[in-house]
Design a binder for this molecule. Structure first.
Ligand code: PHE
Length: 379
């Protein structure tokens, strides 16, 4: 024996489904029968409407099953019970059907509201921000050693009245060489061999030093000039432990009517003590740059051994800091400054060198490999 069909199956099985048959086929002939039949349908609806509210998908199916235009149960009843009803039953069927319809529509509308409200509540609950939860901690990086050193250098010079200017990394030979008193074929260009840029209408190159900004600044502004210029510079070096094809410089320039070699020396000493410690001594060694005269290499007493000699200073007690000198009067000619009335000094520091020396970094590549184990050592 087959199990009795469930209500659900009973209503969906076309063969046994009473709504696919006429009242005559169902053998119903009195208004009381009709009432009874409609009462059963209504009961089924009520039972099912409770079951199907949990998920929106089955709810939609349920709604269509009852109110769908083509083969919804209400349409079936209209087509199979009402339309072909015997004249004496038609009124009763019509009334019952209307009541059923009203009932179904009311219940569906109510449930619809409930479903929507609970979906909304669920969404609100899902999206609520719990302010009492601990935040997500983002790992904040540290400033790169080069950046830290720049900031230190800028602070030291800002304190004595220098202001910061920046300039282009792609330069013309005029600013990089000629106006700095380095004519073509001058041997001083040899160690500044650099990258030339092809295809430009006028020749361009990657600047080999920040000194071009001396010229650009003096062209634009009258003395007094007191600037520092941080920036990247490029040279065609073969990369090794102490060289890269790019490094960082900071240029300094002070020009006024009364600047002497004493000001130059005092500034250098002030810088060395600020950067390496108050006990630091300095010395100037004669050197050569076409744009300074006289020129000097500035050395500082070794910050590690204090001057007695160690591995860092290669037993000499001294460490080379940077190149500098009094501005060569020939340079003033290029910027229409009066060499009779003006004087000044300039310097150019290698920031990478200074950083490595001060913080004991031995390999240039470490600065650019971005290995966090290295970077973390300079919080
Ligand atoms: N521009 C020089 C260099 O890069 C450094 C320097 C700057 C020397 C200013 C003297 C004055 O080697």
């Amino acid at each position: 024996m087959r199990p009795a069909p469930t209500l659900e199956r009973f209503l969906t099985m076309t063969t046994n489904d009473p709504t696919t048959q006429t009242l005559t086929q169902l053998d119903l002939s009195t208004p009381a029968d009709v009432s009874q039949l409609f009462a059963e349908v209504r009961q089924r609806f009520d039972e099912q409407s409770v079951v199907h509210t949990s998920d929106p998908e089955s709810w939609r199916t349920f709604v269509v099953k009852w109110t769908g235009r083509k083969s919804g149960i209400l349409s079936q009843i209209t087509d199979n019970w009402l339309k072909p009803a015997a004249p004496e039953l038609k009124r009763a069927v019509g009334q019952e059907l209307n009541q059923l319809k009203t009932h179904i529509e009311t219940v569906l509308a109510e449930r619809q509201k409930v479903i929507e409200r609970s979906a909304e509540e669920a969404a609100v609950a899902r999206e609520r921000i719990d302010l009492s939860l601990p935040g997500i901690e983002r790992a904040i990086g540290t400033r790169h050693l080069i950046r830290q050193t720049y900031e230190e250098l800028l602070r030291i010079f800002a304190a004595i009245g220098f202001s910061v200017v920046e300039g282009p990394e792609i330069e013309t030979p005029y600013y990089n060489f000629e106006a700095l008193n380095i004519p073509e074929h001058h041997p001083a260009r040899d160690n500044m061999d650099t990258f030339y840029i092809e295809g430009a209408r006028r020749p361009h190159l990657l600047r080999t030093h920040t000194s071009p900004m001396q010229i650009r600044t003096m062209e634009k502004q009258l003395p007094p000039v007191r600037i520092i210029v941080p920036g990247k510079v490029y040279r065609r070096d073969n990369p090794d432990a102490t060289h890269g094809y790019m490094f960082h410089q900071i240029e300094g320039l002070a020009v006024d009517t009364d600047i002497t070699f004493c000001d130059f020396k005092g500034t250098v000493e002030y810088f060395a003590r600020e950067f390496l410690g108050p006990k630091t001594k300095t010395r100037l060694r004669p050197s050569y740059f076409p744009f300074t005269e006289p020129s000097a290499e500035v050395d500082a007493s070794c910050h590690v051994c204090g001057g007695s000699g160690c591995r860092v200073c290669k037993q000499s007690g001294w460490i080379e800091l940077f190149g500098a000198g009094m501005v060569n009067p020939a340079v003033y000619g290029f910027v229409k400054y009066d060499p009779e009335k003006l004087s000044g000094f300039a310097f150019g520091m290698g920031v990478d060198r200074l950083a490595m020396m001060k913080y004991g970094v031995t390999e240039v590549p470490l600065l650019f490999q971005n290995d966090v184990r290295f970077l973390k050592q300079f919080p």
